[in-house]
Design a protein around this ligand. Structure first.
Ligand code: FES
Length: 133
């Protein structure tokens, strides 16, 4: 019989200074991507993939039915840039190269032919929209 132990650690419990942290320790944080929802409405069109760069990482964002979704821009099949693709009526990003489809909310590849996309939460605050990376 196996026993599993789960250790819960609050973010505030972490007392690690980034500069002294081991190089393999990964830090995630909320990063501002838009100043306001107005900026989102000005820059993005409904269901039109849009490329942003966050800390050197290419992220594709899609505005769909008043919600903003973010996922890695690189197709997990063969690396095509997904912001060049389109969003179909089911809310899937369709890769322009071979047509693989990924759910923009979950990142799931619709026919399980390759790995799912990494998705990123977005949070709206008084001072803008932030992406967790
Ligand atoms: S590179 Fe995206 S489907 Fe092949």
């Amino acid at each position: 019989m196996y026993r599993f132990f789960i250790v819960l650690l609050r973010v505030t419990d972490l007392k690690v200074n980034k500069s002294s942290a081991p190089p393999n320790l990964i830090f995630m944080e909320w990063i501002p991507i838009f100043n306001s929802t107005e900026e989102v409405r000005l820059k993005l069109r409904e269901n039109a993939p849009y490329l942003i760069r966050v800390q050197g990482k290419a992220i594709c964002v899609v505005l769909r039915q008043q919600l903003l979704y973010a996922f890695e821009n690189k197709c997990s099949h063969n690396g095509e840039a997904l912001h060049k693709g389109s969003v179909n009526y089911l809310g899937e990003i369709v890769c322009p190269w071979h047509g693989y489809r990924f759910n923009i909310k979950t990142g799931r590849e619709c026919a399980e032919r390759c790995r799912d996309l990494e998705t990123f939460p977005i949070e709206e605050r008084e001072d803008g929209l932030f992406l967790f990376l």
